[in-house]
Write a protein that binds this ligand. Sequence first.
Ligand SMILES: [Zn+2]
Length: 384
Amino acid sequence: MDEGLREEIGQVAFVDHHVHAPYKRAHEIPPEEFRRPFTEASIPAVWTENIPTLIGYQWMIRELARVLHCAPTESAVLAARNGMAMRPYHRLLADAANLGACYDDDLFGFGQCYPIDIWAEIIERPVERVLRVETFVEQGYAACETLDDALERLTREITAPARRLVSLKSIAGYRTGLAFDPPSTTQRQAAANAYRQLRDSALGTSPGRIADKALVDTIVWTALEAAAPQALPMQFHVAFGDDDIIMTKNDPTLMRALFSHEPFRAVPLVLLHCYPFHRQAGYLASIYPNVYADLGLTIPIIGPGAATALAELLELCPTRQLLASTDGHMEPEFQWFAIHVWRWALARVLGQYIAWDILDTDTALATARAILHDNALRVYQTGN
Ligand SMILES: [Zn+2]
């Protein structure tokens, strides 16, 4: 490992363009909760028994022990973090990570996480807002009687938001997959029917979770049409995630209808997570100038595999189209460790290219700066 390069990469503030504010709950947590961000499984045995044996998790314990000056065991690390007050602990990790601005998808775990302003105050960093479109529509049943009303409300929030937005986000990958169909009369009718039924049940006792393909596709298309005139980016959940995902429907090459629709070329389409389809994401970035790839969430769960995945993504993905996020959620350690692993993987991969005489040091450093910081500011037009 080139220590000089690693140190220089550490000086670049990390702009976390996709993250969720931590849970606002008691700071002191048991081991099971501490492990939870490392899996999106719903079966308790995964985090009560198995996560402690995941290499990525074991690595996090060792690194966190260095920051907290304690023994590198789960119990010692947990005792040290639980023994600190919440605010100084969150700030300690943000400073140790050299964290920059955060773009918060705040409709994840809505009501359970710190609101944007409070989180910004805790970590002393700017926090921007990302709008999760499917959840936004689910929150509007009471006010919107028909699908037309719901889509009008969504368009209004995108074009004249109640609070500044830096991006949209779709979780279609979780719900119905990424093979979006362009609009048609039949699709619109099916979507309107699905909306009516969901709304009726949601105004009763059901949560009204949108998982109808015609409806999801209609929401995504409408959101992109509203985003296009202002070149507002849209993030997509791709592949790897919850245990209800159908992986074969999460290959990003299925998103052809969005890539080939001319008006959407103005919209940066950001493919989040991507594993194990990160090579497909790199391929898409190589043929569509408005496609961006990211390995958030994948890093740090795959631990040392992060260097391999990054190198594979860089085979085809031009570096101006690679963005770095953490997908931090629940507790602050996941975000901090993801940043640590991003820097580690960049130093390993770019250091190797320098050693092989493929890149000079200045180009390698400029590449790291673009991936960790500059690309996000350019794509999201944020200035921070
Ligand atoms: Zn996320």
